[in-house]
Design a protein around this ligand. Structure first.
Ligand code: ADP
Length: 194
């Protein structure tokens, strides 16, 4: 069985997490944020250590570890009744993050829409990330060099995922709008496609 899925897509600081949290509060939408899953690991977990090693440099965690973590989390959420694939729509935030991950997930996902939260203003994204560093205690947001590297990783590795899914599935969303407007744009499309 493939999970009915919508993907939240965008550079670090584009607001995917904000939208994901709101969407996840809506009945029958189940939100999975890949970065949160990594951050919830214990420090002595082998994947937790790999995560710290890569995220502290602004790089992506290797694909096998990432997909493995995804599968484990989805399975656990299904078993404990949080996610019911028969009726719930999966909202993925931060995964897939490169074309190889998209290929690895293809057997599991029935992707109905990809939301490209687009923000052309680099300074605005950097500012949002720096504000978040203190609020959410995120080390990778505190260092300007790491922020720049993450934005670069987005450009060189992640952006191509949009071509993988193609223009029929990808919806451009102006992420410079206030969050409530972004939400309204996203919801208007979700209600049509799921
Ligand atoms: P942001 O989008 O602001 O970078 P995330 O919480 O989504 O924040 O990701 C933080 C870090 O977690 C990434 O920089 C990366 O190291 C790691 N990560 C998250 N999702 C993935 C993924 N799908 N593949 C590889 N690494 C990931």
């Amino acid at each position: 069985m493939k999970y009915r899925t919508i993907l939240l897509f965008g550079a670090p600081g584009s607001g995917k997490g904000t939208q994901g949290k709101i969407l996840g509060a809506i009945p029958n939408l189940f939100h999975f944020a890949c970065g949160d899953a990594f951050r919830n690991l214990r420090i002595d977990d082998p994947i937790g250590r790999v995560f710290i090693e890569y995220s502290s440099k602004g790089s992506l965690v290797p694909d096998d570890a990432t997909i493995n973590l995804w599968q484990k989390n989805i399975k656990a959420s299904t078993v404990d009744g949080e996610f019911n694939p028969d009726i719930d729509v999966l909202v993925l935030d931060g995964i897939p993050r490169n074309v190889h991950q998209a290929e690895m997930l293809q057997a599991f996902l029935d992707v109905r829409a990809v939301f490209n939260l687009h923000c052309a203003d680099m300074n605005k994204m950097v500012e949002r990330l720096q504000r978040r560093a203190l609020r959410e205690n995120r080390l990778d947001d505190a260092n300007l060099e790491v922020i720049k590297k993450r934005l670069e990783t987005y450009d060189t590795e992640t952006r191509q995922v949009l071509d993988f899914y193609g223009p029929k599935l990808v919806h451009f969303i102006d992420a410079t709008q206030p969050p409530i407007k972004v939400l309204s744009n996203v919801l208007e499309i979700i209600t049509r496609v799921v």
